[in-house]
Design a binder for this molecule. Sequence first.
Ligand code: AP5
Ligand code: MG
Length: 213
Amino acid sequence: MKIIMLGAPGAGKGTQAKMISEKYGLPHVSTGDIFRANIKNGTELGKEAKKYMDAGQLVPDELTVKILLDRVAQDDCKNGYVLDGFPRTIPQAEVLDKALTELGDKVDYAINVDVPDENIINRMSGRRACVTCGATYHVVYAPTKVEGICDKCGSELILRDDDKPETVKNRLEVYHKQTQPLIEYYDKKGVLKEVDGTVDMNEVFNSIVSILA
Ligand code: AP5
Ligand code: MG
């Protein structure tokens, strides 16, 4: 099963992708997480990506596409995956489609987690992220057992550099301009599913499970 998570920054793509990954045994592939791991490790890719991420802009397609195609070509992705944060532009979606078509394959579901802009800024300021395992928490809506420490792997949590309110505003603008058109793109392909992302995260997950069942 090949699933794409669509939605604005902070809609809960990562939160839901992680839950899907655990329930269905599919790898959770997040381009944002891959970039953050590279930044943490000080790689050339990380240095390049950070310039764009800190400004709330998209990393250029040439860089992003290669990383994603390499990742999904790995053995653990043979039976499917959950893509979180990719594709984010029409050209990225076209490259993915082409690569899948060459393998006689296709995207099964594009799930749009719908959350209006008003709710987003509030969510971002309380978010805490684990760069080691990709888990996401919120100080109010999804707190950890021990403050600042990941429940799943015990690593220290970070506040993302791009979660400052001004940067979040840029990210939302970029989302509306460059990423939102993907909703129509996948609707035309007949694989789009919409869920209300404003309700409790377990309720959001229940809606997704009923789609995938
Ligand atoms: P990325 O890491 O993908 O960030 P994003 O799309 O901006 O999305 P977020 O991770 O901020 O939000 P999310 O939807 O995953 O929400 P979450 O589950 O954390 O990308 C970062 C940057 O990398 C981009 O800006 C770009 O520069 C670059 N990049 C990445 N991919 C790229 C690509 N393909 N092309 C080009 N550039 C790329 O939830 C948010 C918070 O809300 C959390 O605290 C969570 O606990 C809480 N929450 C979740 N659900 C609920 C709920 N139902 N109720 C209450 N709180 C909730
Ligand atoms: Mg995320």
